[in-house]
Design a protein around this ligand. Sequence first.
Ligand code: PLP
Length: 439
Amino acid sequence: MATDRDRAPADRATTGRPPSVDALARSLSGVGLPWAICVDIAREAIAAGEPENAEARARAFRRTLLMPVVNATGVLLHTNLGRAPIGAHQPERPTNVELDLATGERGSRQRPVGQLLAKLCGAEAAMVVNNNAGAVMLVLAALAFDRGVAVSRGESVEIGGAFRVPDVMEQSGATLVDVGTTNRTRIADYAAAIERGRGPGGSPPIALTMKVHPSNFRVEGFVESTSVLELSALGVPVVADIGSGLIDANCPWLSGPPPAWLAGEPGARQNLEAGAALVTFSGDKLFGGPQAGIIVGRRDLVDRCARHPLARALRPGGMVLAALQATAISYLDRTVTRDVAFWRMVAAPIDVLQQRAAALCAATTGVHQEASTAMPGAGSAPGATMPSVAVVIDGDHLAHFRGRPTPIIGRVRDGRTLLDLRSVDPDDDVLVGAALAAR
Ligand SMILES: *Cc1c(COP(=O)(O)O)cnc(C)c1O
């Protein structure tokens, strides 16, 4: 007698009965999903009365999982695509995350990468948490709990992804003390807040002044702000949340001068030189590493952050630390434009992009190349663009490209599909070429 297991989905035509869950699930094995998921999908398809759609459902589910994609948007740090692309930096082996190899005793997971990041930024000390939102939260909780933090009204910003300075402040237990106005804040405004905090009358004592880089927007016109240099003279530690993680505004890892689009972007090193007690930034923006939040600056303050209970809740895993270490070493070795994907994309000469585009266009009909503009992305350097090259086809083909075995993410402008090559790894041109040919 035929069991459920033997009956193939096609039996439905001959028996009139729906296929068994088991048989239908087995027919999905080629999609590359775990057996338990295939069974769920088969069961749902049968319950919906459409077993013939089980494979389409399975393929759709497969595409809800993480997979490598080709970023042809021209936005180099695309938040939806995980910001900075990073490689695997670790063999499948234990690492000395918290072991001091000299003594055999327990060590600090902050030490290995911390010392490299400190060296890189010209700081006394550094530590790492899961992201920059966590870094800011930890700094505020560890150094300003139950006290005030003076922030310019123009810097009480929302960065996107729900990072809002007033909300982070509230969660940390520190009190936001607004100073100045939206467009103009002077040193005297901070000084007055500090003075009020020293006097009677219930104003919170000011534990920190904080500069927040507005990152994703610009205020122009009748604008005045106070520099870290001026603020540091007030005798209260200055925390600079620079956000994007430009280590050094002079970009010594590039062969030429800093690119024009970086003008005005604050560097960690320059903020520390100007007197910031601490600087916080993301690991996966302009730094070009894994998602992480980095705190650099005075050793006593970094130590207080590291000892706070939140530091345990926000601590990064060994994979992140290994990737950060590799990125930091690339900076110290000046191999960034070879080894760090973000800076490799930035440094790609325009004529090389043109040659890649020409090769793609020669291989397919109906494709031509155009000058394009790429952007750093991730809310860094708002409005900044860098010259790039796109291969262009008429019509909106985003779904076709997104549906490829390795999805290719492009953009549409004026009814045409643009694949920007600055954000595409040259090794992936073959995938772009195959997708162009298959349309
Ligand atoms: C991006 C950014 C953050 C948030 O950093 P995440 O790493 O995304 O948590 C905080 N502050 C500034 C100024 C930023 O630019």
